[in-house]
Design a protein around this ligand. Sequence first.
Ligand SMILES: CC(C)(COP(=O)(O)OP(=O)(O)OC[C@H]1O[C@@H](n2cnc3c(N)ncnc32)[C@H](O)[C@@H]1OP(=O)(O)O)[C@@H](O)C(=O)NCCC(=O)NCCS
Length: 190
Amino acid sequence: MPDHIYIKDETAKGSLICKDLCNELMQYQASKAKTVFYKMFLSGMKYENRLKPSFESAEDKQLLVTYDGDAPIGYVFSSVETVTEEKKNQRPPFANKKMKGFYPDWLTIPTKIADLGNLYIKPEYRGQGLGKELMNQAMDWLRQTQDTPYLFVYVSNGNDVSKFYESYGFKYSHDVFGGLITAYIQDHQN
Ligand SMILES: CC(C)(COP(=O)(O)OP(=O)(O)OC[C@H]1O[C@@H](n2cnc3c(N)ncnc32)[C@H](O)[C@@H]1OP(=O)(O)O)[C@@H](O)C(=O)NCCC(=O)NCCS
């Protein structure tokens, strides 16, 4: 990485710093969705209902930001949460009870899990190893979390990024809400 591009742990600073980047990521994800319905649903995702509440409610978390000089150009958010019966059954109004939610049926609850979300590099900075660098640091953090038997990552409909996560040990787990999202998982020990 050139000197003017660097990664900083901004967990203490708060998530607002990533508001614009998060909104760009949400728009990107909506643009990738394969059906009109998923596109419409994902279009409603933004900083205020995604990163902000996730950041505020996380039991443990890490927000890494990639900068070019003073300008944030990418980020990744990792967190730890306790999965309860209520959380396991959470679903948006369109999802029927047959559709799997965020967690696999076999997951014994309550349990803590760690997950990686909101990985994003601005388009003009992609393909230079910056995503990999963020991911490596996020994986180091996820792997040092305590009492989290599984690590998860979630990919929205139509976003062809599974091979990237598979190269870090994640494997397909299940379709969430009928395919709106795909869940990938790995044992913490990997
Ligand atoms: C995914 C993303 C963060 C990767 O960032 P990047 O800086 O372009 O990635 P890097 O240059 O570090 O590439 C690292 C490796 O991953 C591979 N890779 C990058 N994007 C990939 C993708 N979408 N699918 C599969 N492999 C990918 C690269 O080919 C490279 O492989 P190599 O090490 O064998 O050369 C970036 O493309 C991005 O922000 N995408 C849009 C947002 C997104 O989809 N985020 C994931 C949300 S779940």
